[in-house]
Design a protein around this ligand. Sequence first.
Ligand SMILES: O=C(O)CCC(=O)C(=O)O
Ligand SMILES: [Fe+2]
Length: 841
Amino acid sequence: MTEAKIRELKDLFPSIDDTFLLEILLSCDGSLNQAVLLLNESVAQDLEANTIDEKPAQTKRRKLKSSVYQSSLSLFMSPSQTAALPSKNPEPPNGNTKPDVQKAPGKTKTIHLCTEEAIETKLSPYISFHRNFLPPDLAERLLFFLNKNEAYSNRRFYLFGQKCMSNHDNVMFGSSNDGVTEKAEIIYNGRSVSNNIQPYNDDLSILQVLVEDFINREIEKQIEEHTLTPFQLLQWRGDICNVNRYQTKENNLDWHSDRLSYIGPHNFIASMSLGATRHFKIRRQYPVKQNPNPIYSIPLPHNTLLLMRPGCQEEFKHCIMGSKQPIDLYPDPKIGETRINVTMRYYRDDLVNYRPKCDCGINMVLRRSYKDVKLRGRYFWSCEAGYAKIEGGCKKFYWAKFHDNSKGEMEEDLMVFYTEKADECSIWVADEDSEKKQYLQETENNLGDTRTPFTLVYLYTTTMKFIDEFDIELVNQALTFDTSDASIKGGCDLFTTKSVGKDKKFYKSLEKHLDQMLQDNNTNEVLARSIADAGAGLSLSPPRLWEELQQRMRRRSSVAGPIYQRPVFKPTPHTKGRSYSTGKENGRENNGANGHANGKDSTPYVSPPKSFTNLDIETISEHRRSRRGSNQSNYDPFENFEFDPLNDPLSRKIYCYVIAILNALYPDHDFSELEPSTLSVVLLDEIIANINSILITNPNASNISTDAGLNPNNLSSLGSSKSWMWEIVNSHMDFEDCLCLKFGPDDQSFLVDDDLQSSASSPERAETPMTVNVQPQVDDLMEMDMEMDDAYGETPQDIAAESAIIDDLYDGLNILWSMFYFIYNKKRKRVAFVYINSRTS
Ligand SMILES: O=C(O)CCC(=O)C(=O)O
Ligand SMILES: [Fe+2]
């Protein structure tokens, strides 16, 4: 009995001396499980001691927990055994040490990876491994809840045309908060499962929060370290999970890589193991030259999280081997041989909704080629039935194309994920794929993808460029005047939305902020409950997670503002219209991802009359009316548009522009966390009417300069001056294509500084090209906040006195009213900021 256990331990830890294994086993009262856990820990720490020079400086080291075993472990190992522990050096330099490998003659070698460090050494950046991920009580509750679920079935799937059935159980859950159950048809392994998705219970929702937090922090790290992969998303959600139940050690899951169709390229998959320990095996999809392509075997004990990271599905396949051998399974003391695996994924809304369809009328399957070096790295779409080699499947094929982070700004209308042009295809080559890299070099292959895939460089310069238009100054003059009892101050500033480098990072951080708002509002409730349950449910162990939950709770409760809805993806008529109009479905040529029109017929966008004569409300309204009535295809692109930055991509974009502009114009204020509800869609007619009604009060309308070469007749009366003014703005903005927003902030203290600035020095503000100071980033700001909190230099009285000063200043300004509008033209990539306010003189 003991001998068998020693053999099993020896298999897992071949480098460790038998005597020591026996000692460990005895110290664990003969429990194999305990011994494995202990050895894993010890090996991890010993490895740490042995590889200290080879680790990158930033790698976090764990503190020694069980020094008894750490030191005695080394005692029992010969120098060669110590060196044989997995290390950063794949080949020991002197060749006289063996790696931690099992190899029968003629068989593929299997390398056992039992520690976080060993896994990192061999499988980074594709796999990471995290022990004791959940509070123990939560892990146990999940294990029992998922084990007793009655909806399990055996997965059916097709393999080379044969109908197969998996020999383990399977059930799917989805987060109803994320609208998973409302998502379009979801096919899992060739089977439509949309109707069989069960809603997450509270514990699964907590798991979702913890995993999302964890992965999103990993993404943040990647951003900081410039290790993002090109097609990776910057925010991860765990909106769906597939639960696998292996009741006996004969149950298995064959070699496969997880489908990309809904998760897209370079996505994370979180795999949580509960119950009995089984071996997860993983190997590369193809042999890398001069590399034996070994199988890596990772024992997954209860409560471990294995992250399959970006590129993992593309490059590797994995399996859970069935086994008759006892070695393959360590029973769980409470649940025996049963192992539960929760594989959490982010099913991208855009892919669920906009995958291409094949001639069979079903959504196509996304794959990445890996066999042939010439094509390796290319993503493509094929027919689901054809893929499974089911008779009758069509031969439809498209290249796949995705937004590439390293190429900058997200193309606005990228809901078309396919192309027939090979040179538009998305390609990704793994960093270690020297064969492909060499091929690219030798053939001087012009695939546009010879860059190193794991680098993304952000430029830390910036702009949201102020457009300095001479005639706009006339508009500003027209909007600034004194009446008998008030000072009217207004203006129009033009900005281009063409962003470069750094802006994108800024926009992304804003996006993150919006996503955070969404998440915060919706998981608040679950967390509130779980924290209230702390005694019974989430125990204080491990403290790291508990602390984490509390912190998140604090953050959530500090989110001000209205309750936001979950990000249920509802394509607005606007985005939907554009994405389809540029696709092939309508039998038209694809105009490219940005949806810009090459000709009138290929887009619902209106080709606008470039100028109006005598522009006024009636003319514009009339024009819009007649346009809608006369030609259906020329519909108003913004009709029915709802400004909803939390859910709608275009709104998000505009929201970001608004913040960038406000930050530029009022540099002493930070608008990064602007409440989205302060912005609402308004008709251009209303803007013109409101501002014109103010201009009527200008006693000196005829003083407006005529230097702009405008028709002097237009300036002869107040009424016509309104028209010329709008005509100027229109010439820069093309009102016909504009979307307008009203900005109604509760707090207008930013006008104080604006006033102080402009009265102090520079009336020429509008003549100076303006760049947006996008520093500090949102994250930096949070840090600064903390520093300020810590630096209690002043007494509360001082702080109160200081705010009183600001209040006084604000009061002293006596703003009577103010209006702020943003006019956005997507085609011309411009935003006009029109503002006017009145204050007592
Ligand atoms: O059970 C496991 O750990 C693996 C599960 C898996 O690979 C899958 O569901 O795709
Ligand atoms: Fe899998």
